[in-house]
Design a protein around this ligand. Structure first.
Ligand SMILES: Nc1ncnc2c1ncn2[C@@H]1O[C@H](COP(=O)(O)OP(=O)(O)O)[C@@H](O)[C@H]1O
Ligand SMILES: [Mg+2]
Length: 244
């Protein structure tokens, strides 16, 4: 990586599914230590974008660069090793493991000892407010708890970039506020770069330094939360009259 390379660069990316253009020539950059919101109506292409960044899918054209390295032909485990972690909109815990064991998988994959992995996992569960659930089977958690477990599992891999796909959906307002303050605190303390797909506009506005807006696969805006909230096309296509 040279000093001129953006931390993450999405470069003219297009992805179609049987003629449906899910992402249409999308480009933007993410700076190191930035919290970038990705918003837009259902079907706008947000999850597809995360699938491409994390290697679960490949772009038809264009490229994705991380620290100057082209990710386009890499597999998910190689991208994870480079330091990009993601959550899934449909939560995917390992059902037969308990919560603690689920979170320990990340540190263990990065060759921590069992004891180190356990301590790290416990600290992360504490941070996310579910330490008392550590011995529960993950399938017995409520949906909001499963969402927090997704974040914990991703954080436990010690990523440089964290991709969060609707992790606040289904949370109560006070739980959303708590998640926002956790993410802001982690970002402030560690400089973790976060890409956040979220419909809860209160959270997006409170958390993000900048926001990219997608609509029918096209990027229609990229700006600060304040500017996005009054952007005519964003209001027309997504926010309606009440952005917060
Ligand atoms: N694997 C797939 N096969 C076919 N169509 C898909 C696939 N993944 C996404 N799509 C379609 O691409 C569009 C964008 O989907 P998605 O990225 O999931 O949107 P969002 O996350 O913004 O709601 C939608 O029309 C969706 O149906
Ligand atoms: Mg989605």
């Amino acid at each position: 990586m040279t000093s001129k390379d953006p931390f993450v660069k999405i470069n003219n990316v297009t992805k179609s599914f049987k003629g449906l253009v899910a992402l249409d020539n999308v480009s933007f950059c993410v700076e190191k230590a930035e919290i970038l919101g990705v918003i837009g109506p259902n079907g706008a292409g947000k999850t597809t974008l995360f699938n491409l960044i994390s290697g679960f899918s490949t772009p038809d054209t264009g490229s994705i660069l991380f620290e100057g390295k082209n990710l386009t032909s890499l597999k998910p485990h190689q991208i994870s090793k480079l330091g990009i972690a993601r959550t899934f909109q449909i939560v995917k815990p390992m059902k037969n493991l308990n919560v603690l064991e689920n979170v320990m998988m990340g540190p263990l994959a990065h060759s921590c000892s069992l004891k180190e992995a356990e301590t790290k996992a416990q600290n992360i569960l504490e941070l996310l407010g579910i330490p008392d659930k550590s011995l529960f089977l993950s399938e017995n958690l409520s949906l909001p708890e499963k969402k927090r477990l997704e974040v914990a599992r991703a954080l436990a891999t010690c990523p440089k970039v964290l991709l969060l796909d609707e992790v606040m959906a289904g949370l109560r307002p006070n739980e959303v506020d708590r998640m926002v303050s956790i993410l802001k605190e982690i970002n402030k303390q560690t400089g973790l770069t976060i890409l956040l797909i979220e419909h809860a506009m209160r959270a997006v506005m409170a958390c993000c330094h900048r926001i990219v807006v997608l609509n029918y696969g096209k990027k229609i805006a990229e700006d600060t939360p304040k500017e996005i909230a009054k952007h005519p096309e964003v209001i027309r296509s997504y926010l309606g009259q009440d952005p917060c």
